[in-house]
Design a protein around this ligand. Structure first.
Ligand SMILES: [Cu+2]
Length: 164
């Protein structure tokens, strides 16, 4: 029974964490926040181009990516490492917040989110994202040990969104 209560706690932590990410993205999309916006989940029928990213233990290659405002990118994530990796697209703050939660619950499994997927070793998966506004969007693998925070070296990267 003890195990059950731990799962419930983790499930609540997840729900609490994921709601603000979606809410923030939606808010930005409607221009309510100004400043940096991460964009929104992309429509597979509107893909402008494909960018391949390789996940190794523990880096993204490449880690610096450039896109143009308005583009919808199909990211093809190939995990050539021996460990499971994730990619989370977000602002620096969102990623750091999620990384801290992962440290508290290192063994948790979570379902895919529009801005976050897990890729098992040897597997390739896709994430489609629309970049609505110019600026900087960040990504990272928030798993403990892979990433210490956006201000530290680790499994993270930057997407520069060039103005139209
Ligand atoms: Cu990783």
């Amino acid at each position: 029974m003890k195990k059950l209560s731990v799962s419930v706690l983790i499930a609540s932590a997840l729900t609490l964490n994921f709601i603000p990410v979606g809410a923030l993205a939606a808010g930005n999309h409607h221009g309510e926040h100004g400043g940096t916006t991460i964009g929104s989940p992309g429509d597979p029928g509107q893909v402008s181009r494909t960018i391949e990213i390789t996940m190794v233990d523990n880096r993204f290659r490449p880690s610096e990516i450039e896109v143009k405002q308005g583009e919808t990118i199909r990211f093809v994530l190939k995990n050539t490492g021996k460990k499971k990796h994730e990619i989370m697209i977000g602002t620096r703050e969102e990623i750091d917040k999620h990384g801290k939660m992962m440290k508290k619950f290192p063994d948790m499994e979570h379902p895919d989110e529009p801005n976050m997927i897990t890729v098992d070793p040897g597997k390739t998966r896709e994430l489609i994202w629309h970049f609505a506004e110019a600026g900087e969007v960040n990504f990272a693998c928030p798993l403990p040990g892979h990433f210490k925070g956006m201000n530290f070296p680790g499994m993270k990267g930057t997407i520069k969104v060039e103005a139209k």
